[in-house]
Write a protein that binds this ligand. Structure first.
Ligand code: SF4
Ligand code: FES
Length: 310
């Protein structure tokens, strides 16, 4: 076990825990934002730099501070380590710089983006971003493409976090997409525009932190905050069958996997549950899903309406 102090809060965690996971065990505002790290995806993290923290004391044995800010999702705790997250202006300034960098090419199209209301970049820009951009060059743009019947790729919105690539690598039997080219030319692609068709491909939509990969069966049908997220389950021979049905009245608009408080999928679901089961009679409705009161989705006071649906 190792004792670590983050913004003055001390916690004892197992050796091998990252600073980000230790911060999540403490909880609250000091938890660094994470745009690319995903607990259930091996190898994720280390791409976006939004989770920067300052290590002010290395360990009990070697108390020297680390010379630069470090990515908390990639830094293991050491016994006696002391870390500054939101308590240090250098960290918050650096995060603001990272947000500015992520937004260099990202379009400000939230009013027409299906991810609005549940987009991590939108939250991050709200919490750490500046009001205007200093970028004067032409932005990198791509035409949206359909990759199969269910998924729309808006490469212009992609922040190259690699999560969808890891999902495809680790969850599906056959990966047909990835990142091609380098630097400013890097893009998510199926290379020869093949459809992503395997049974678990829909999970790339859930892990995408922005609106780069969206559900074609739901696009432009409703804003998420007009819908009532309900915990539902069904007996499925491919996946756990536990999902969230986003409902309006007794109509299911879309089905997603259940996510935890850090917006990470708890159990991945198959495409049959996600795309083919839109009739409420095919599901057992457990009840309204608990939504953080900070989320725009909770602003619709869906709980009262949801009772009527049940
Ligand atoms: S498409 Fe989404 S999940 Fe995939 S790399 Fe881009 S931002 Fe990440
Ligand atoms: S979450 Fe740590 S670098 Fe992206």
């Amino acid at each position: 076990m190792a004792k670590v102090k983050i913004d003055g809060f001390e916690i004892e965690v197992a050796d091998g825990t990252t600073v980000l996971q230790a911060a999540r065990q403490i909880g609250g505002d000091l938890v660094p934002p994470a745009m690319c790290y995903y607990t259930s995806l091996k190898g994720s993290g280390g791409k976006c730099r939004t989770c920067l923290v300052k290590v002010t004391k290395g360990s009990e044995k070697d108390p020297r501070p680390m010379p630069k800010l470090v990515a908390s999702c990639q830094t293991m705790v050491m016994d006696g380590m002391e870390v500054a997250s939101i308590s240090d202006p250098q960290v918050t300034n650096a995060r603001a710089g990272v947000v500015e960098f992520l937004l260099l090419n990202h379009p400000l199209d939230c009013p027409i983006c299906d991810q609005a209301g549940e987009c991590k970049l939108q939250d991050l820009a709200f919490e750490h971003g500046s009001e205007e951009t200093r970028y004067e060059f032409e932005r990198r743009t791509f035409e949206p493409i359909d990759i199969g019947p269910y998924i729309k790729l808006h490469m212009t919105r992609c922040i190259l976090c690699y999560r969808c690539v890891y999902v495809a690598n680790q969850l599906t039997p056959e990966r047909v997409h990835g990142i091609i080219n380098r630097g400013d030319h890097a893009e998510i692609s199926t290379y020869i525009e093949r459809a992503i068709t395997n049974d678990f491909s829909g999970n790339v939509i859930d892990v995408c932190p922005v609106g780069a990969l969206t559900d074609r069966t739901f696009r432009f049908k409703s804003r998420v905050w007009f819908l009532n997220p309900m915990d539902v389950h069904r007996s499925c021979d491919k996946c756990c069958g536990k999902a969230v049905a986003w409902m309006y009245g007794d109509e299911i608009y879309r089905v997603t996997a259940r996510k935890d408080q850090y917006d990470e999928v708890q159990e991945y679901i198959c495409n049959t549950c996600r795309f083919d089961k839109k009739d409420v009679r095919e599901w057992t409705v457990e009840g309204p899903r608990a939504i953080s009161r900070h989320s725009v989705i909770s602003q619709g006071h869906y709980a009262e309406q949801a009772e009527t649906v049940v």
